[in-house]
Ligand binder design. Structure first.
Ligand SMILES: NC(=O)c1ccc[n+]([C@@H]2O[C@H](COP(=O)([O-])OP(=O)(O)OC[C@H]3O[C@@H](n4cnc5c(N)ncnc54)[C@H](OP(=O)(O)O)[C@@H]3O)[C@@H](O)[C@H]2O)c1
Length: 256
């Protein structure tokens, strides 16, 4: 009979991209609190170091690895380093992203390219870097998880979010396809679509009118906290080996 008990995260080796703020930092804290060793990936080394120091003070094993997820070779190098210093990876949270919302008629093509390179390319680069370790972990009888952070914008069309939504729809669809190939190899794939969450994501918006519009919206409603998404990631990873949350939408009660 399949054991139907929650798993401990102790002994797991996790990688979180976009760990320098928001959901990624909260997820790193949640996984470390559960006993996992955690590699922290993002570009801002000072933020990663501060988070690593605070987690180490709790006894956690953590490794900050400053990495730009749009650079596939850098992620491949990070994968080698994480395996050497923390051990072979069995939990990857592909979370890094940016959201420079703007009207499509503004034709901010550089922002379009960056969103494609980070929001979609960064997930693909994480898959390129870590899929071998995940498959090996599963083959060795360990639980292995790939968690992708998409967005409610993957399924909900919104003004000013055409390219952002397209990158997130691509992540959602990518995850569904990865699941078909990786589940038979023992790797669980979970795609999470959060609604509005109180993070630094608005910082990537360059258009002051769009920023004011978003801030008005955020001030008028209740949004998720990053810890709500982090707890979900922890819960997903703690499921018994035969349980796969495939696709999860999480929003505040206020969001419709
Ligand atoms: N906040 C929301 O309302 C919301 C809703 C749905 C989905 N999401 C998604 O949730 C994920 C996390 O965002 P967040 O809301 O937590 O925002 P956030 O606080 O701005 O975090 C974004 C993270 O991505 C990292 N990042 C950005 N570009 C990167 C790059 N080129 N290479 C490596 N890391 C990079 C940032 O680190 P560095 O700048 O240090 O590199 C940061 O750690 C994103 O994929 C976002 O699209 C957010």
């Amino acid at each position: 009979m399949t054991p139907n008990i929650s798993l401990s995260l102790a002994g797991r080796v996790a990688v979180v991209t976009g760990a320098s703020s928001g959901m990624g930092a909260a997820t790193a804290r949640r996984l470390a609190a559960g006993g996992a060793s955690v590699a922290l990936l993002a570009r801002r080394a000072d933020r990663l170091d501060a988070l690593a120091d605070s987690l180490r003070s709790t006894g956690a094993a953590v490794l900050p690895v400053p990495t730009d997820v749009s650079d596939r070779a850098a992620l491949d190098a990070a994968a080698t380093r994480v395996a050497e210093e923390l051990g072979p990876v069995d939990l990857v949270v592909a979370n890094a992203g940016l959201m420079p919302l703007a009207p499509i008629v503004d034709r901010r093509a550089d922002d379009w390219d960056r969103m494609i390179a980070v929001n979609l390319g960064g997930v693909l680069a994480a898959v390129h870097a870590f899929v071998g370790q995940l498959v090996d972990a599963a083959a060795a009888g360990r639980v292995a998880d790939l968690v992708t952070i998409s967005s409610l914008a993957a399924q909900k069309a919104m003004a000013k979010a055409a390219v952002y939504g397209a990158t997130k729809a691509a992540v959602t669809h990518l995850a569904a396809n990865l699941r078909i190939e990786l589940s038979p190899l023992g790797v669980r794939v979970t795609n999470i679509e959060p609604g509005a969450t109180d993070t630094e994501l608005r910082g990537s918006i360059g258009d002051p009118d769009v920023l004011a519009w978003l801030d008005d919206y955020l001030a008028s409603t209740t949004v998720l906290q990053p810890e709500n998404v982090a707890d979900l990631v922890g819960y997903v990873a703690e499921q018994p080996a035969h349980v796969n949350f495939r696709q999860i939408v999480i929003t505040s009660t206020a969001e419709v």
